[in-house]
Design a protein around this ligand. Sequence first.
Ligand code: C2E
Ligand code: CA
Ligand code: CA
Ligand code: CA
Length: 278
Amino acid sequence: EEAVRNDELVYQHDSRRHEAQWELSLLTQLDRAIDNGEVWVAYQPKLDVKSNRIAGAEALVRWTHPERGPISPDKFIRIAEEFHRIERITRFVVNEAVRSAVNLARLGYDFSMSVNISAQLLRNPGLPGMISEILAAHGLPPEKLVLEITETDRLDRSSRTFQMLQRLVQSGLRLSIDDFGTGNATIDYLRYLPAAEVKIDKVFIQAMEANKEDYLLVQSIIEMAHSLDRIVVAEGVETGTALEILKGMGCDTIQGYYVSRPVPFPDLIDNIERKQAR
Ligand code: C2E
Ligand code: CA
Ligand code: CA
Ligand code: CA
């Protein structure tokens, strides 16, 4: 039995070392991957529940590795954050997303584009400048860009992060509190932040059909957010039943596989045209 346990330990050690090597090799390939088009942006439409129109989309980064296939952003974003590549990736994604938003505006659509900004980047004083440069280069008004932010630390109103968020809002950008309900900063963010939007995490949305507690929680989040004049987005909507429930609760916007998976930009346009968002 002892021998078996030792084998397991050796195996665990080996696989951890293997994992570390794998991460390091990803990191060294990441820079090149951005330059040669392996890294690209997918768009997931956001459906306005009342008008039944696609009123926006979330830009989600993708890495299609030539040998390894798709690599999950949950994986490489974490590595990028750890090794100071997040600014570069974000610049790439925001630039693509803004360019796409301008293309949609030229086609006559009233559209807002959401991008994910990691908490780490909110501590980088260069962030507002980077975003305003991209907006100016393409000519997109800041109100059309939504920054989805997640934060696990409590929000201290004297902190640099809070001042950064204030600055971003003052420059006309809109904020969305992503993964709402999962972090311990949830209520702080709702109280203190001038965020336009609250995005209910998919764990609640996916559990609410079977579980009464989750159902009631989603209902309460929508009521609470509305009483504070926030727009509510539900993510991870996979079924018509979930859509009907959320409609009944007065949820403003839904996003999820039921409407569409994240898709390349041309497919997003097709999707919008089918829904006649113009
Ligand atoms: P997130 O911002 O919470 O994004 C939602 C995730 O849920 C996305 O996974 C999306 O593809 C997935 N999703 C959407 N609808 C459904 C659904 O109906 N069912 C299920 N099961 N999943 C759904 P994805 O694209 O793999 O991204 C994972 C995370 O990686 C994102 O979570 C975000 O935190 C991060 N991420 C993605 N792109 C970027 C980026 O450009 N910058 C940064 N900083 N983070 C990013
Ligand atoms: Ca998001
Ligand atoms: Ca989320
Ligand atoms: Ca997330």
